[in-house]
Design a binder for this molecule. Structure first.
Ligand code: E4P
Length: 224
């Protein structure tokens, strides 16, 4: 399973990259706005840190504008993936870019037919936002399961990128369903190696070790 970090914050990206498990980055207009930096400059900084796919989202909502933005974004680095919304104009842009060999990430996916359509248009990634479905009382994980089944039924190669991951259980469930990728904020990635029994077990091991060393040392004959 690939793990992307969901942020435009360079320090967070560098921190996650230092763990040796980072496969890519997703950004969105809200995440970039939070940083208060130039979008293209930041993407270029991110691509210096991460070799894998870096998603950059367009803000046009019609085909020609999307394509014009995509052409500028792809100049930044070879690993830029164009993020387009799951609307009809985005679908058309996905087809145009895919036919040109440009990778796309179809975002704001909330139902399985959007995922089916973008796979037919050649999308590289589809991003179902499972946390936002849970937020309104739905079952985000059911959507991941539905898309997995549809893609497996027909052999679509579009990768399922579970997005809007809020906590480790989302990650466990997405992995069990067979989501190809998950994009996760740093604070959630940092929970993946944590368990209270690991912490207390390690503390006990180290205390026992220190106690044994102290006993061995006190049993040694004093030097003349
Ligand atoms: C994915 O590409 C999106 O940037 C992201 O996962 C949205 O998450 P949110 O619902 O926590 O904003």
């Amino acid at each position: 399973m690939d793990i992307y970090i969901d942020t435009a914050n360079l320090d967070d990206i560098k921190e996650a990259a230092s763990y040796g498990i980072l496969d890519g980055v997703t950004t969105n207009p809200s995440l970039v706005a939070k940083e208060g930096v130039d979008f293209h400059d930041r993407l270029s900084e991110i691509c210096e840190v991460v070799d894998g796919p870096v998603s950059a989202e367009v803000v046009s909502i019609e085909h020609d504008g999307m394509i014009a933005e995509a052409m500028e974004l792809t100049k930044i680095a070879k690993n830029i993936v164009i993020k387009l919304p799951c609307i009809t104009e985005g679908l058309k842009a996905c087809k145009t870019l895919s036919d040109e060999g440009i990778k796309t990430n179809m975002t704001l996916c909330f139902q399985p037919l959007q995922a089916l359509m973008v796979a037919k248009a050649g999308a590289f990634l589809v991003s179902p936002f499972l946390g936002r479905i849970d937020d309104i009382g739905g079952d985000g994980m059911e959507l991941i399961q539905q898309i997995r089944q549809v893609y497996d039924n027909y052999g679509y190669q579009t990768k399922i990128l579970s997005a809007s991951i809020r906590h480790p259980l989302h990650m466990v469930q997405a992995a069990m369903i067979g989501s190809d990728v998950a994009t996760v904020p740093l604070k959630v990635i940092q929970q993946f190696m944590k368990h209270p029994l690991t912490a207390s077990g390690l503390e006990a091991f180290l205390a026992d070790w220190d106690r044994a060393q102290a006993i061995l040392k006190s049993n040694q004959p004093a030097m003349a």
